[in-house]
Each structure stands twice: as structure tokens, then as C-alpha cells.
Design a protein around this ligand. Structure first.
Ligand code: PEP
Ligand code: MG
Length: 753
């Protein structure tokens, strides 16, 4: 039964159209379940009815014509109850409705399941039998599984229907992850780059191009090996030999040597050389009369595209962006964003990802509007005009002139607001009742550091060190790291810079240090990796310490601490690095201060260990992004559960209260550096709890300072007392936005400002 189920699912997925998918499903299901009839009814919500769209067993004449109102018949009942109905004697049920046109008079047994997608009933899948029969639990789960598969196809097709019938604009809703609006053409990023997409370009660095080619060949060989292994397990000899052919192509001196020749003799860059040689070979093979050899042109194309994908990943610069685009991808990663020239990125749309994935944080850092969790047929949108509203996650496809004019006006208003708050950005950050607050910067995700707004912060509360590692082809050297860290310490001279040690893993993999795990956010991440690799950790610590020579503003912070032994081990390594660097400097008559060492409170276990951690640390910083994900057991990257990821969840608020309370008891400074510290409502709540140090993305600094200067902590404390009694974060947010309105800040702050 499992194999049959898999076959039906595969054919539903592979069918070229929804209608084909439904027809194949009803036919195969009828045969597999040994029933007399299988039918699909699709919902038409505007008309409150179902329409028969495919059947094997009822009259074919009725397909597309037979209609059942939502409130009638057994099909209607399945939809209303949103659960399956299994009846051995259907005609005797009160809801049974006889439809003469479909010819179902002989059927006695009925099993119907709703086709659900994102809590909506898209239709009903039904099997019927002439003889009285009780469908079993296995039958039920078989049909439920098929309905779930069909739901995905229907939802996708509905969307496609919307897009192709586009005389008017169409809107698709997702999750807003970086506010702001933009109008631009869609540019679809595919990790699999097509040969024809390669822009032919020369390069005057043949050595580098050869090295890139070499690495790509190695990577493809590894990929092919692991694919072959997978098929080996399944004992599919034919499939396995395909990979042998691919490996032969890669090892064929004619193929690779020709590409190398194009690089060295004709000065093409690696991707251009791959394109030219492959296209030549494809043309030669396609022209052969022997069908076997003709087929080999497909293999060459596949191998070439694999090579291109490896090369393209690390080299975005080969795309020629003539004008700013809205980037669309199945999964936008932080690395991808960091690689696109910033002045060409108008907006970001990702099918996967959610509000606190690192790509979303980076989009906010770059002030680029972004939406995630949108279901879109990417290919069909390439080159189409879009509007993205990153505040609410809406994407409007091919907007008409009225909608365009409306958004152009909104974009102007938003700019006027930014100009207004920027005027006060240099003023000190303190509340109206005179409470001083430190507004710090979260830096490091974006590579550009020359923004004048940076001068408005009181220092760097979180310097994420991962991105330079992610954009490299190998681990950056100690010298290179020193140079980068020194630049930032010098730039913030006189203000503290809190550098976080490498926090890779989770959604921040390094291309040259692959980690394959089922649950990366619960796996080898942050301090767990660096303690296992003291050589990497020591190099980074020494680079930070060396950079602090003549710069007395370094603090070091450790990510993902969950037990005392981690901080003990990390401190031992810091001692070792400090002694080594100090000895070295002493020979030159120089010295460095021992830096403050802090830890991130982002694993819930750390909250309960605060008093135990206290003797080993100088400060704490709360990472609300991970703390929320781990407290609520909601993946911060998963669009499907994005609605449940909630930084104002009462449990998160109680945890935050407990942290500030213990920090005060232990007389340790504590800051917040997760995204909550850049959310106006989050800041108000944290202020009321007693937090006074907030580290946030660049684009929030002016807004938050503007807000701080207009609010009173003594008004916020009673609001917090009320909020903490509430069970619902929507009500909690409302309480504080009402307060913002009362001090004249209405409408200034969207949820994800
Ligand atoms: C956090 O988890 O809140 C945090 C600031 O770190 P990151 O988002 O980089 O995981
Ligand atoms: Mg974190």
C-alpha cells in the first residue's frame, strides 16, 4: 500500500496540469482502494458551493458541471465539519443528497475527506462503493494523505490561475519581515543556473578562474558520489550508471582541458568558459545520428549546469544587474543577500524563511523591504513588475496605474518620516522623564560600514562575525580577521564594541565547512563548534585581541552558552590567547587590556544558570531571536509556523523579567540584542522591566531614539503590570501601541518597524 501511495503522490506531483493531476489521482485511487468510484469536488468559496472536477466512476458528463452548495449533501458536510466522514450506509444519512445528473444512485458506502490547505477547505475527495462496506483506518489514512498532496497542487494552481489571468493586479500575502515598500521588476534566483543565463565575460585573473573551476569540479564530483551512493542503497543499477557517465564526463580530459584552455588562452572567466565548451559539445552530440550518442548531449548539459551552479553560488558578480530588482528565490539566504550589489536590491521575496531568519535580519539591516513565506510560482514571475510591501508581506503582481500611484505616494510618505526622525538621531537617547538609555548597534551582517547613522549609536552591542566567514572560500586567516576587527574597533574608538565569536551552524552554514544535520538549530552551532575546534576559536580570539592594541574598547561575547563548563573552557582559551598575544606585544613594548567577556542568553537553560554563570562573566546580552525559538519550540526560519513565533509571548516576557531581575541581583550589566530590542513595542516593555541597553539594526536606531525621547518609564511600569496578566500577545501589543498613540506617535511604528 505504501508503494502504491508513493506512486500516486509522485504522479500527482509530476502531472503537467492540475486537471491531469486530479484525473490521474482519481483513476489510481479507485484501482488502489478497489472502490467503484473516486471523485474530487473543488470549492468555489465566492459562490458557497463545490463543483465536481474529476471522477472515475460517476458520469463523465457531470465533470465541471455538477454543483453542490456548501450546506448540502455529504460532501457539504465533510467541508463544514472539516473532517472525514466514513459511512457504510450513506443513503440512510440525513445529509445524503441524491444528484441525478452524476449517476450515483447505486452507491451505498461513502468515505469523504476534506482537502485542506492553510486552514481552508479547498475541496473534498470522495470514494464510494456499490456494496455495503466499512472502510478501515488504513483506507482513511490513505485518502487523507492523498488529499494533503492534492491540496498543495490545488493551492499552487489557484495561484497560477490568479497570475496568468492578469488583466488586473494580483496580490499574494506572506509574512512581512522588513518594512518599507518598493516597486521594481522581479529577478528570480535559481541555484541551478541555466547555461543560457551565463553572461559572457573576460577575466584577467586566469589563475583564480582555474582555481574556481577546480573547486567546482571537485564539488560536483562529491555531489555525484553521494547521489550515486543514495541510488546504490536503493539498488537501482541503471540510475547508478548514469552517475558513472557523469563522472566520466568530468574526468574526460577533452571536456575539462578545453574549458581550461578557454580560460588561459582566450581569457574567459570560468562560467563563460564552461558555457562555451559545453554548448559546443552539446551541438556536436545533438547532431549525431546514433540515438545513444545523441542522448549524451543531455548528460553534458546536466554536468555543465552542476558546474555552473557551484561557480555561480560564490560569484554573483557575473550577473549584470542593469537596474534595481526585487529578488525572488525559493530560499533567500544571508549569503545570497550579502552578495548582491546593495544599490541593485530593491526588495526581497522568499518562499521559505520567516521573520527572524538571518536573511530577514540582514534585509532589515540593509533597509530593504522583504516578505517571506509567500507561495509563488517563481519562474512565471521573472521580469514582471512587482510591488513589495515588507510591512505586511504583500506582493502585488503587475499593478495597475492606480495602485502604482497609491504606492508611490506611500513610499514618499515613508521617506518623509525617515527624514523627520533622522533630524533627531544625534540627540542623546533618554526618556522624557530623564532616564538614560544606551542605544547600540547590531553590526557585522552587512559589510558596508560607512553609514553616518552609525555615529548616532552608543557603541556596538553585537558584532556578528559570521558573514565575512560565509563570503570566503576558506576560513579567513588570522591576519585578515585582525584587519577587519581593527577597522571596526577604530571606527568606534571611545565606544565599546562587543564582538561575538563565530556563531555558524543553524541557518548560517559555511560553504567550505558543510555540516549536515536533521535539526541544525538544535545541533552543532555557535560555541559548540568553536570549542570543538580550538584552532579556529583561538585564531579568532587572537585576531580580536591583536586588533585591540591601541583600541581599548573590545568586549567579547560567546553565543549559545548552555552550561557552565562551556564558559569555563572558553575562558581558558581566552586566557591562553591573551597570554600569547600579550607576550608577543611585550617584545615590542606594547600591551593590551584583558577584555570584558560576556555571554548571550539565548538558550533557555542559561536563564536558570545565571547565578552559576555570574562568576565567570562580566556581562550578559539577551538574544531574543533564539530565546524565543527555543522557548516556544518554533523554528525561527520556518514560514509554516511563523504565526507562532512571537517575541511578545507571555512566556518570553516572563523569561525576560527573570533575566533582568537576576542580573540586577548579581549586579551584572545586561542588554538585549535580539530583534525585540529594535521593535518599538518590545523596547517599551523591556524599558518597563528595567532594561536600559538595547542593541539593534542600523535602520531602527533613529526611530527608536525618536520614540524614547517621547515616552516616560513611569507610565510604562503600570502598563507592564497589566500586560503580564494577559495571555495573548495581540492584546499586549495593543496596550503599548495605544500608549504610543496617546503620546502622539500613532501610526509611526508598524509591527516590524
Ligand atoms: C539572537 O539569537 O537573538 C541573536 C542576537 O543572535 P542571532 O540572531 O545572530 O542568532
Ligand atoms: Mg542567536
Amino acid at each position: 500500500m505504501l508503494t502504491t501511495l508513493r506512486q500516486i503522490v509522485e504522479s500527482v506531483t509530476a502531472a503537467p496540469s492540475l486537471s491531469d493531476a486530479m484525473h490521474s489521482l482519481v483513476q489510481q485511487t479507485r484501482a488502489a482502494m478497489h472502490v467503484d468510484c473516486c471523485s474530487v469536488y473543488i470549492s468555489e468559496p465566492q459562490r458557497q458551493r463545490y463543483r465536481l472536477m474529476a471522477t472515475d466512476g460517476l458520469s463523465q458528463e457531470a465533470v465541471g458541471k455538477a454543483i453542490l452548495p456548501f450546506d448540502e449533501g455529504l460532501v457539504g458536510l465533510v467541508g463544514r465539519r472539516e473532517e472525514l466522514i466514513n459511512l457504510a450506509d450513506a443513503p440512510s444519512h440525513a445529509s445524503f443528497k441524491y444528484l441525478p445528473e452524476v449517476g450515483e444512485d447505486e452507491f451505498k458506502t461513502f468515505l469523504g475527506v476534506p482537502i485542506m490547505h492553510q486552514r481552508n477547505v479547498l475541496g473534498v475527495l470522495v470514494v464510494q462503493q456499490k456494496l455495503s462496506r466499512q472502510f478501515t483506518e488504513i483506507d482513511e489514512s490513505f485518502l487523507v494523505t492523498l488529499a494533503a498532496q492534492l491540496a498543495v497542487r490545488i493551492a499552487h494552481a489557484e495561484l497560477k490561475g490568479l497570475i496568468s489571468s492578469s488583466s488586473n493586479h494580483r496580490a499574494v500575502h506572506g509574512v512581512g519581515v522588513s518594512s518599507g515598500m518598493a516597486i521594481a521588476k522581479a529577478w528570480v534566483w535559481q541555484p541551478k543556473m541555466a547555461l543560457s543565463q551565463v553572461n559572457l565575460k573576460h577575466s584577467d585573473e586566469p589563475e583564480l578562474q582555474l582555481e574556481l573551476l577546480n573547486q567546482a569540479v571537485l564539488q560536483v564530483q562529491i555531489e555525484l558520489d553521494s547521489l550515486a551512493m543514495r541510488f546504490q542503497d536503493a539498488v537501482q543499477v541503471d540510475s547508478q550508471s548514469i552517475f558513472d557517465i557523469y563522472q566520466h564526463i568530468l574526468a574526460d580530459p577533452n571536456f575539462i582541458a578545453q574549458i581550461e584552455l578557454e580560460i588561459t588562452e582566450n581569457q574567459w572567466n570560468a562560467t563563460s568558459a564552461v558555457r562555451q565548451v559545453s554548448e559546443r559539445l552539446i551541438a556536436q552530440f545533438s547532431a549525431m545520428s546514433d540515438p545513444y550518442l545523441r542522448e549524451r548531449s543531455l548528460d553534458i548539459r546536466d554536468v555543465a549546469q552542476r558546474l555552473l551552479s557551484c561557480l555561480a553560488h560564490s560569484h554573483m558578480d557575473q550577473f549584470d544587474f542593469q537596474e534595481p530588482v526585487i529578488l525572488l528565490a525559493e530560499e533567500v539566504t544571508a549569503t545570497l543577500l550579502a552578495e548582491i550589489p546593495k544599490d541593485r536590491l530593491a526588495g526581497v521575496v522568499s518562499i521559505r524563511g520567516a521573520v527572524n531568519s538571518h536573511a530577514a535580519i540582514l534585509a532589515r539591516t540593509m533597509s530593504v523591504p522583504a516578505g517571506m513565506g509567500l507561495e509563488l510560482p517563481l519562474q512565471e514571475l521573472d521580469g514582471q513588475e512587482l510591488i513589495i510591501d515588507g510591512g505586511n508581506g504583500d506582493v502585488i503582481i503587475q499593478p495597475g496605474s492606480a495602485v502604482l500611484a497609491e504606492y508611490e505616494q506611500l513610499i514618499q510618505q515613508a521617506k518623509a518620516f525617515d527624514d523627520l526622525v533622522a533630524q533627531e538621531a544625534q540627540l542623546p537617547s533618554e526618556t522624557q522623564d530623564g532616564c538614560p538609555v544606551s542605544v547600540l548597534l547590531n553590526a557585522g551582517l552587512s559589510l558596508d560600514v560607512d553609514n553616518c547613522l552609525m555615529d548616532c549609536s552608543d557603541g556596538v552591542g553585537l558584532y556578528r562575525t559570521e558573514i565575512p566567514f560565509m563570503l570566503h572560500d576558506s576560513f579567513p586567516s588570522e591576519q585578515e580577521q585582525t584587519k577587519r576587527y581593527r577597522a571596526i574597533l577604530e571606527q568606534y574608538s571611545g565606544r565599546q564594541v562587543c564582538m561575538r565569536t563565530l556563531d555558524i551552524g543553524g541557518d548560517k552554514p559555511l560553504p567550505y565547512f558543510p555540516i549536515s544535520e536533521e535539526n541544525p538549530f538544535l545541533g552543532w552551532r555557535g560555541i559548540r563548534i568553536t570549542l570543538d575546534h580550538p584552532e579556529l576559536f583561538l585564531a579568532q580570539l587572537k585576531a580580536m585581541l591583536r586588533a585591540s592594541e591601541h583600541n581599548d574598547n573590545l568586549a567579547i561575547m560567546l553565543p549559545m552558552i548552555s552550561c557552565v563548563s562551556e564558559i569555563q573552557s572558553a575562558r581558558r582559551l581566552l586566557d591562553q590567547a591573551w597570554l600569547e598575544v600579550s607576550d608577543e606585544l611585550r617584545t615590542r613594548g606594547s600591551a593590551i587590556r584583558y577584555p570584558s567577556l560576556g555571554v548571550m542568553i539565548e538558550v533557555p537553560a542559561a536563564i536558570y544558570l545565571l547565578p552559576d554563570l555570574a562568576p565567570y562573566v562580566d556581562f550578559w546580552s539577551v538574544g531574543t531571536n533564539d530565546l524565543t525559538q527555543y522557548l516556544l519550540a518554533v523554528d525561527r526560519n520556518n514560514a509554516r509556523v511563523a504565526q507562532m513565533y512571537d517575541g511578545l509571548h507571555p512566556a518570553v516576557l516572563r523569561a525576560l523579567q527573570q533575566i533582568v531581575h537576576t542580573a540586577n541581583q548579581q549586579a551584572k550589566p545586561v542588554s538585549v540584542c535580539g530583534e525585540l530590542a529594535g521593535d518599538p513595542v518590545g523596547v517599551l516593555i523591556l524599558l518597563a522591566m528595567g532594561y536600559r541597553r538595547f542593541s539593534m539594526n542600523l535602520n531602527n536606531i533613529a526611530k527608536i531614539k525618536y520614540m524614547l525621547r517621547r515616552v516616560r518609564t513611569d507610565a510604562l511600569v503600570p502598563l507592564l503590570e497589566q500586560a503580564i496578566q494577559l495571555h495573548d500577545s495581540v492584546q499586549i501589543r495593543k496596550l503599548f501601541t495605544t500608549y504610543l498613540e496617546s503620546v502622539g506617535l500613532q501610526g509611526f511604528f508598524s509591527k516590524k518597524a
